[in-house]
Design a protein around this ligand. Structure first.
Ligand SMILES: Cc1ncc(COP(=O)(O)O)c(C=O)c1O
Length: 479
């Protein structure tokens, strides 16, 4: 494979808030805007949520379309199950309780709920033009051109309706270009066979497909070398999330790229989550390593369903042979939202804002954990724009009860979150500090429970379980 010639964009001066210090934001000195926070918390019983759930689980397997939004991800008996609406950084459950939304629909809400610029673009598209047509629509060209301005490797673009589909398309393209079948993966890449076959939810997928997908761990360059050595000439690509929670050590990403190219494989970054969050040009800019192909999506259209596969023309023209075509691929309301979203990013420093709000939270979480000497039980990990808490018992094993206690207390204080927390353009410093204050209270309760040696006694519901057990071990997330 040939090297990528193009430059890495540094398109936003303040794109990762590097000059920002969170020192001015501390619990003992911050002056809270209490009025804006007064509606938060569980004030009403979950009777409508529970009644809907009774109906829903009868007619929908698992009761849900998205496991990461379903009751398995939230403390049963405490958490709401259905949300009715959102506004900015807030959401309301069907029983009228208000929360700061730190899960943001599995993180495609980057600007906030009901942001005028995006909603109007969608409404305008529907009312003046329509939804989808019998021939192509100009928006397909306009969004592709707009993406090229931000994403350094995006000479060409294909659209799909979600992340799973563009990841699948990238794998198929890499297999065709290299005439090889095996793929190596790290992170989460959606529900298609090639990927799910490598998880503990591989039901319904033939073993011959599972045999084609190999896994390695973040920062384990020797593990990757071993895979290339033991599958000589068979690996088409490495598909990975460039940043999860661990920082790359010892030039990890550059070494992955070098190894891929030495072995004739493509490097694909799945920037569904990191794109327009680490920087507009994704984690590839943040770490200075460009992949051969990349997928984007969640950071752009504020929740409208869209995924993008981008890359240089020399690879992307493989789609002249590789089949990628779907009825809704060029559906225009999501494209209108994407175009408005790309413009919104240009008009507002959304990425810098997410870094700043995230840093206030992450720095303070670490501080509050240290203050209570709880570091062996609770850890705050990752980056301001991609952070997650870890919970362990005294023997160092994942402690779901402790995680449940944390989530219970956060919800009661009006923060909807799981172990991972995300922030959007409409969260402000007051929201961030309320999240910190809620966490401090949750830590006090956790400390009491740990000291008493009885966490269960403090639980008011049944703690959440991970969607994939294996992925947690790999320090990845999923929806
Ligand atoms: C990094 C990454 N890739 C792929 C996907 C799959 O996207 P979707 O759920 O839209 O199919 C996700 C979704 O969480 C993701 O976070």
């Amino acid at each position: 494979m040939t090297d990528q010639p193009k430059r890495i964009f540094e398109n936003e001066a303040s794109w990762y808030g590097k000059d920002f210090s969170a020192d001015d934001y501390r619990l003992d000195t911050f002056s809270f805007g209490e009025k804006a926070l007064s509606g938060l918390g569980i004030k009403n019983a979950m009777s409508k949520s529970d009644a809907l759930w009774e109906r829903g689980k009868k007619v929908i397997p698992c009761g849900t379309q998205t496991l990461g939004k379903s009751p398995i991800g939230f403390i049963e008996g405490v958490a709401p199950k259905y949300l009715s609406h959102g506004d900015g950084g807030r959401v309301w459950d069907v029983d009228g309780n208000e929360y700061i939304d730190c899960w943001l629909a599995c993180l495609p809400i980057t600007f906030g709920h009901r942001v005028k610029e995006i909603d109007e673009a969608v409404a305008r598209q529907m009312s003046t033009s329509g939804i989808t047509f019998s021939l192509m629509h100009p928006l397909e060209v306009e969004v592709a051109e707009s993406l090229r301005e931000d994403i350094s490797i995006a000479e060409q673009v294909r659209f799909a309706k979600n992340g799973s589909d563009v990841c699948e398309a990238a794998i198929r393209l890499a297999r065709h270009l290299t005439r090889r079948d095996k793929v190596v993966t790290l992170g989460y890449h959606g529900f298609h066979d090639w990927y799910i076959s490598s998880t503990d939810r591989s039901f319904g997928i033939p073993q011959c497909i599972a045999d084609m997908t190999l896994r390695f761990n973040y920062n384990d360059i020797d593990g990757l070398k071993h895979l290339f050595d033991t599958n000589k000439g068979e690996i088409a690509c490495v598909m990975m999330e460039p940043a999860i929670f661990d920082e790359p050590q010892d030039n990890f990403l550059a070494k992955v790229k070098e190894l891929c190219h030495k072995e004739g494989a493509l490097l694909i970054f799945d920037e569904m989550l990191t794109g327009y969050r680490f920087s507009r040009n994704g984690a590839m800019s943040f770490f200075g390593v460009e992949p051969d192909l990349a997928t984007f999506g969640k950071g752009i259209a504020n929740g409208m369903p869209i995924g993008m596969l981008v890359g240089p023309e020399k690879y992307m023209r493989g789609f002249e042979e590789v089949f990628l075509s779907s009825t809704y691929g060029g559906e225009t309301t999501a494209l209108a939202a994407a175009l408005a979203g790309l413009e919104y990013h240009r008009q507002h420093d959304v990425v810098g804002h997410m870094w700043r709000i995230g840093k206030i939270v992450l720095d303070n979480f670490k501080l509050e954990i240290d203050k209570r000497d709880l570091g062996s039980y609770v850890s705050a990990n990752g980056y301001p724009v991609r952070q997650a808490l870890g919970f362990k018992d005294a023997d160092g094993r994942a402690d779901y009860d402790l995680a449940g206690l944390y989530q219970q207390e956060m919800l009661k204080n009006g923060v909807l979150c799981n172990a991972g927390l995300g922030f959007c353009h409409r969260h402000d410093e007051n929201d961030a500090m309320h999240v910190v204050r809620s966490f401090a209270k949750a830590l006090d309760r956790m400390k009491q429970a740990i000291d008493e040696g009885d966490i269960k006694k403090h639980l008011e519901g049944k703690p959440a379980q991970p969607v994939f057990k294996g992925l947690r071990n790999q320090r990845a997330t999923s929806n």
